[in-house]
Ligand binder design. Structure first.
Ligand code: NAD
Ligand code: UFG
Length: 341
């Protein structure tokens, strides 16, 4: 099967391209490189020994996307391409709606015109917002609290409407919790443009000395050790979830299946720091600071549905995620653009 991966050069896209190639899929990637580098997929080709096509293309460019789909006999799409910073989405809401909603709309129209039957869509736990009941089930009422989160809800709604209108089109919507880590080779990993805002990349850079000591953003949450609880899941498990989603699409009748992808267990900021230090033997300079605005005390996933409907389970431990993240950081202190150590 020929699979189009939008945003293929990014963090989740590159790991998923690798998993797809290893599972025997043909891969075609498109990316406008607004938050990534071609180097990630060059390394995926090296790791798998399989060359594949990357088009420098914006998903909002319907004409170019049509050509890519047509020329490559695309049968399924995995749609990662989006802007993903919660804080930036408050500053540039229209850019977020244009890119995320506009890009998904164009893609859905191209898929309909070209009769591409299967879509896997990247959604996020951010669609849930604050929830009293943890772990969070897919049926929870959606309460996104940022423009970014609202773009994801809007995209989910468009996909559901498209599937209702066309029985030959079906989709799996994956709501990721907190993807972390890197491929075990240390050749591909998370390489955000500019300073990262997520915990693990900040932690590895603080440990490497390229960022100041890690600031624990609040230790007065109503949690066992006072720090925030999240659901960290290895990026290679997330990548495998996409292979499982494609397999499910081929076996299922039409419609939309929405699944959480997480490890299904809560880990606090302090626990993550301890796990990292234990797994790598490297100490993390840190101090406690104020809470970040809008941060949730706790958010973790009920992954029963992904287990049952996709036959997917997270296989990698938090220790492995920490080791892999450190391996990537140590070998590539400047991401894809600098020298490899
Ligand atoms: P990323 O920024 O590393 O990857 C996104 C890729 O899409 C980048 O390569 C970027 O250049 C590309 N892109 C953006 N807009 C584009 C456009 N209009 N046309 C073509 N390419 C475009 O991000 P990621 O962490 O790999 O996230 C992938 C997806 O998963 C996103 O949709 C994101 O919202 C979602 N997600 C990520 C996380 C996370 O923590 N990483 C959590 C939940 C959901
Ligand atoms: N944290 C710190 N110090 C830091 C950074 C983070 O203590 O320097 C803490 C946060 O307070 C939180 C935890 O680490 O308790 C995780 O924070 P992240 O920023 O890594 O992740 P979030 O869960 O806050 O946000 C992530 C994605 C968002 C997505 C959200 C909902 O970054 O895009 O999950 O799933 F919207």
């Amino acid at each position: 099967m020929s699979v189009l991966v939008t945003g293929g050069c990014g963090y989740l896209g590159s790991h998923t391209c690798l998993a797809l190639l290893e599972a025997g899929y043909e891969v075609v990637a498109v990316d406008n490189l607004c938050n990534s580098s071609r180097e990630s997929l060059k390394r995926v080709s090296e790791l798998t020994g399989q060359p594949f096509k990357l088009y420098e293309c914006d998903v909002r460019n319907g004409m170019q996307l049509m050509q890519v789909v047509e020329q490559n006999n695309v049968e399924a799409v995995i749609h990662f391409a989006a802007l993903k910073s919660v804080s930036e989405s408050f500053e540039k809401p229209l850019e977020y709606y244009e890119n995320n909603v506009g890009g998904t709309l164009t893609l859905l129209r191209v898929m309909a015109l070209q009769k591409v039957p299967y879509l896997v869509f990247s959604s996020s736990a951010t669609v849930y917002g604050e929830q009293e009941v943890q772990p969070v089930h897919e049926s929870a009422a959606l309460r996104p609290c940022s423009p970014y989160g609202r773009t994801k809800v809007t995209c989910e709604e468009m996909i559901e409407a498209a599937a209702r209108a066309n029985p030959d089109f079906s989709a799996v919507i994956l709501r990721y919790f907190n993807p972390v880590g890197a491929h075990e080779s240390g050749r591909i990993g998370e390489a955000p443009q500019g300073e990262p805002s997520n915990l693990l990349p900040r932690l590895t850079r603080a440990a490497a000395g390229s960022l100041p000591p890690l600031v624990i953003a609040g230790d007065d949450f109503p949690t066992p050790d006072g720090t925030g609880l999240r659901d960290y899941v290895h990026v290679c498990d997330i990548a495998q979830g996409h292979v499982a989603a494609l397999e499910a699409l081929e076996r299922r009748p039409s419609g939309v299946l929405t699944c959480n992808l997480g490890a299904g267990r809560p880990v606090s900021v302090r626990e993550l720091i301890d796990t990292f230090e234990r797994a790598t033997g490297v100490s993390v300079p840190c101090r406690v600071g104020p809470r970040r605005e809008g941060d949730l005390a706790a958010c973790w996933a009920d992954i029963t549905r992904a287990r049952q409907e996709l036959g997917w389970s997270p296989l990698r431990t938090m220790e492995e995620a920490c080791r892999d993240a450190w391996n990537w950081q140590s070998q590539n202190p400047f991401g894809y653009d600098g020298p490899v150590l």
